[in-house]
Design a protein around this ligand. Sequence first.
Ligand code: TPP
Ligand code: MG
Length: 363
Amino acid sequence: MERFPAYDPPEYVDWRPDPDIVAEFRARIDYDSERRAVIDGLSPEGKIDLYRGMLRTRLHDVMLKRWVKQGVISKAWLGTGEEAATVGPVHALDRSIDMVAPMIRNAGACCEMGMSIADMLRGYLGTADSPSKGRDGHVGSFAHRVLQPVSNIGNIPPVTVGLALAMKMRKEPAVALTWIGDGSVKSGPIHEALNMAAVMRLPVIFILQNNQVALGTRTSRTHRPGDFSEFHHAYGMVGRGFGGNNVLDAYAATKIARDVCVAGEGPVLLTTDTFRMGGHATHDEAEARAIFTQEEYDYWGKRDPIGVYEEYLKGSGVEPSILADVETEVVEEVDRSGDEALESKKNNLPDPETALAGVFADS
Ligand SMILES: Cc1ncc(C[n+]2csc(CCOP(=O)(O)OP(=O)(O)O)c2C)c(N)n1
Ligand SMILES: [Mg+2]
């Protein structure tokens, strides 16, 4: 895939595959026969589609970074480096009945659930035709089964649990999935959500996405145990881990978790380690560079989830030209979406008179 010196994290700019890391990727999906079987059941198109989804997610971030540089927007919250932990799980769902509740690092969930990239970008521009009609920078769409993020961290899991309760009451064979950050997990409402889901055996998949940092604070300063692998025991729920930069492992773990939930054995807590390859938002890249050592950036940089997956696919016999065609198609889609969103900014900003419309219930 093409790299962008002006926008990519420096570790990605001259990215070269490390054979040991590609072998590590393969070993990770071979170590568990149940997951291996799920991955073997994925069609060649399904595997390419995971690649397409991660590229789309990355290029959405690149577009936002470009807009920041051009002064179109003042800042952006990105999921660069964390694409596998979002795209793999979404592809494992039944997207016609399941629901997702993404947080800011999981913007890729929106497009993988079918929202247009143009609408996601319009969210940043606050246009009248953006999903929230210009009232919120976060984007979601109930029509696409995506709950709009709640800015106050910790408050999405209780709502997700409510969605799952409704699914259970309606006897739908569906699940609700949400992601929880390593920082957010320390907030009170998340404890209530995990506990309620566990005692009511609700069909929820929680993905505890440890990207090693919350705003400017390393996880080691907010969480005493070394990792979150034992966390589910506190709630008496099923818990598993997956490789955060391994899209196939993420896919398989989620698919199995979904089966557990649909069988009435949920909820499931999936824990995963990944890395935020930049600032909390684009304005604090320098702070992020001060928090972590260069060795840490190098370690995770070599594990770029898209680069490693691309190597895995090529090593599995996928023609490079097929991947190049997917890239061309996604580049065109994102470029076109950017143009469409900018067009809305030019012609379709909300009328100030409507600022309060639809914000408060008045009866
Ligand atoms: C209740 C509340 N407190 C503080 C914030 C400011 N804030 C936004 S994101 C964030 C850190 C979240 O860290 P984490 O859960 O690890 O998610 P990440 O950003 O790493 O994906 C904080 C403190 C907020 N949005 N809501
Ligand atoms: Mg975090």
